[in-house]
Design a protein around this ligand. Structure first.
Ligand code: NDP
Length: 433
């Protein structure tokens, strides 16, 4: 704590992991090696830089850029970039730390990193976003590469931003190294099914977890927070598996329609027109929008928080449990506070933590790297099949590890210990570096 002041989210993520892995530390004295845990909690490298760009009126703006390489024990640093006004070093460190365990769980040979900026793309023109991305990459390109560090998207960084970032990377390096960044448009080497992967993967995990309890998604109601990349594709997969999403949100409030949200309208409003969620009412006046509220008071069978960290607190968890929620899967990173997680675990709700449930995004990024390296292009169906197989394997690994440590069905224990054991084994194999 003293070493990393004012990094609350990072402390929270580290505490959660250290608590969850206690059964493994008790069992295996080799894992209790203090230097191992200390190294695990200290990023290998952190890059902070100034990003100067000009808006459409010619005014100069100064933002801060970050890239944290947390661990390269299993492969090149891998993890997204977040552009949001709330981004601080502690945010990026928490996200990069989570990535260590998540990426280890995929079994795909990827290390862990994360980055971003306190730049807010909301309300900026395409030209402004492009100039910002170019300025950001002008420094970042020195630190990344297909065998070193491979960024991707996160909040505020979608296909448009990735295209501008890769364009500048290509210009500066004089190389078309497609494997240097993932989440690209398929025209420039992106993988089909990458935009869908995090949301789809989260629902694949939830489906597998419910199945082990003899439950099904078919016929269930769902509440999903957020309405961005992860949220939208989670809703689409829920629909495919027979569940109806009755509420979703953005930072302005939540949208509710007991008859089910129209995903085509949602796509048009949020993705095509880049409007606020409340604009949905112009197309479907029978729905209701609740400004400034979160959607957790809406009764549902399953919930998929897919917006941001600590968006679901203890009172929200109590409300969901009281309304009979059966299953929770974290599409976002650390969206539930520790007290909320405790409520779900004590109530016996199926709870899938983000580091396992949302690993499908980074797994498919690894598949994109694989296609870039081999110059192959897989069909959507082939990539989705591999994504599903990966999520099924992660689910089985979490379940077996939880069982092995006397916590049957506890995915928090299973995910943390399984990810930790793999990351720790790789670090030990490499020696004291
Ligand atoms: P997007 O930018 O596409 O969407 C983010 C959504 O969350 C938007 O609806 C946004 O609303 C809402 N949101 C963001 N910040 C807040 C906030 N402080 N309060 C309330 N709502 C908020 O991001 P993604 O869908 O890509 O990412 C969502 C989450 O999933 C993040 O936690 C991310 O780390 C995680 N994740 C993403 C992966 C990916 O592949 N993209 C992979 C694994 C995890 P508004 O538009 O109003 O800001």
């Amino acid at each position: 704590m003293r070493r990393n002041p004012a990094e609350d989210e990072f402390h929270q993520a580290v505490s959660e992991v250290l608590e969850a892995i206690q059964p493994a530390l008790r069992r295996d004295p080799g894992l209790r090696d203090a230097a191992l845990l200390e190294r695990l909690c200290e990023p290998e490298r952190q890059v902070l830089f100034r990003v100067v760009w000009t808006d459409d009126e010619g005014r100069a703006h100064v933002n801060r850029g970050f890239r944290v390489g947390f661990s390269s024990a299993l492969g090149p640093y891998k993890g997204g970039l977040r552009f949001h006004r709330s981004v601080r070093l502690g945010t990026v460190k928490f996200l990069a730390f989570e990535q260590v365990f998540k990426n280890a769980l995929t079994g795909l040979g990827i290390g862990a990193g994360k980055g971003g900026s306190d730049f807010d793309p909301a309300g900026r023109s395409d030209a402004e976003v492009m100039r910002f991305c170019q300025a950001f990459m002008t420094e970042l390109h020195r630190h990344i590469g297909p065998r070193t560090d491979v960024p991707a998207g996160d909040i505020g960084v979608g296909g448009r931003e990735i295209g501008y970032l890769f364009g500048q990377y290509k210009r500066l390096t004089n190389r078309f190294d497609a494997g240097a960044i993932t989440g690209k448009d398929p025209l420039i080497g992106g993988s089909l099914a990458r935009p869908e992967a995090t949301g789809y993967g989260t629902v694949y995990f939830l489906d597998a977890a419910l199945t082990t309890r003899g439950e099904r998604l078919d016929g269930r109601t769902a509440v999903v927070s957020g309405s961005g990349n992860v949220a939208f594709h989670a809703m689409a997969k829920l629909r495919e598996l027979g569940a109806t999403t009755v509420a979703c949100s953005d930072s302005g409030g939540y949208l509710h329609d007991p008859a089910g949200l129209d995903l085509d309208v949602l796509h048009e409003v949020k993705t095509v027109q880049r409007q606020r969620l409340s604009a949905y009412l112009e197309h479907v006046p029978s729905a209701r929008f609740f400004p400034g509220e979160t959607p957790w008071e809406v009764p549902c069978d399953v919930a998929v928080p897919s917006a941001t960290q600590n968006e679901l607190d203890e009172p929200a968890a109590i409300s969901l449990v009281k309304n009979g929620v059966l299953g929770m899967a974290e599409g976002a990173n650390m969206p539930c506070t520790p007290a909320a997680v405790q409520v779900f675990r004590e109530a016996g709700v199926v709870f899938a933590p983000g580091k396992a449930a949302n690993a499908g995004g980074v797994a498919t990024s690894a598949l994109e790297m694989q296609q870039n390296a081999s110059r192959e292009r897989w069909t959507f169906e082939e990539t989705d099949r591999r994504l599903k197989a990966t999520m099924t394997a992660i689910h089985a690994q979490c379940l077996a590890t939880a069982d092995e440590h006397g916590a049957p069905g506890d995915y928090v224990t299973g995910a943390n210990i399984a990810g930790f054991r793999t990351a720790a084994a790789a670090m030990s194999t490499l020696g004291l570096i």
